[in-house]
Write a protein that binds this ligand. Structure first.
Ligand code: GLN
Length: 206
């Protein structure tokens, strides 16, 4: 299994460490020619979405990756990666790949809550009742799902960091795309990456 990791900025090494531990090979994407080798899935890491979006274009990767995602390449975007996938941003005029039919709010928890930890179940992964540790860093959330037939929430934060209750969607899956507002690569719980690798192997066998 070969998984490409966008490696222009942000927390890509953390994803690679987990993918390798789970037995996958990693290809770092830094320029257009890196897309030629072939891969079974794509990780878009956390970082700064505006910087990543700009570099994706400048380094000649944007159009081809957008096409690959549209054609069914399994992709998992975490935090800034979710922002790159979103069809619409509620507080930013930019969009990037726009392949995931959701609206995402950037920096959704305010300045004073730059980083916080929480936990939640993840649909399809928490059957044994073990919640996931969720790490948020200047995180977005998913404020709207445009296409409920295709896209389904897989993680909901039911308590806000200030203790109040809420219903913020922080993870969504739409066919070949997973978007997470949190950082599974910063924890020792590998179930999100395992889910993603299962998607990649299902795709490479089909
Ligand atoms: N706040 C960043 C953005 O809007 C995302 C933060 C992250 O990836 N941890 O791009």
């Amino acid at each position: 299994m070969r998984v490409a990791v966008l490696a222009v900025q942000g927390a890509f090494l953390e994803h690679e460490r987990i993918l390798r531990q789970l037995g996958a090979d990693c290809v770092e994407l830094r320029k257009g020619s890196d897309l030629q080798g072939g891969f079974d899935g794509l990780i878009l890491p956390g970082g700064e979405s505006t910087v990543q979006g700009k570099l994706l274009r400048e380094l000649h990767m944007f159009g081809e990756l957008k096409e690959m995602i549209g054609a069914g390449l399994p992709v998992m975007g975490t935090c800034a990666g979710l922002i790159l996938l979103a069809g619409r941003l509620s507080n930013d005029a930019n969009t990037y790949f726009g392949t995931l039919p959701v609206t995402v709010q950037r920096n959704a928890y305010g300045r004073q809550l730059g980083s916080f930890s929480a936990s939640s179940c993840i649909l399809g992964l928490s059957e044994e009742g073990r919640e996931f540790p969720l790490e948020f860093i200047r995180a977005p959330y998913i404020s709207e799902i445009h296409d409920r037939e295709q896209a389904a929430p897989i993680a909901v934060l039911d308590r806000m960091p200030d203790g109040s209750y809420g219903e913020n969607v922080v993870g969504v899956r739409c066919q070949n795309q997973i978007g997470l507002a949190f950082h599974p690569e910063l924890t020792e719980d590998y179930r999100c990456h395992e889910m993603f690798l299962r998607m990649c192997s299902a795709k490479s066998m089909s």
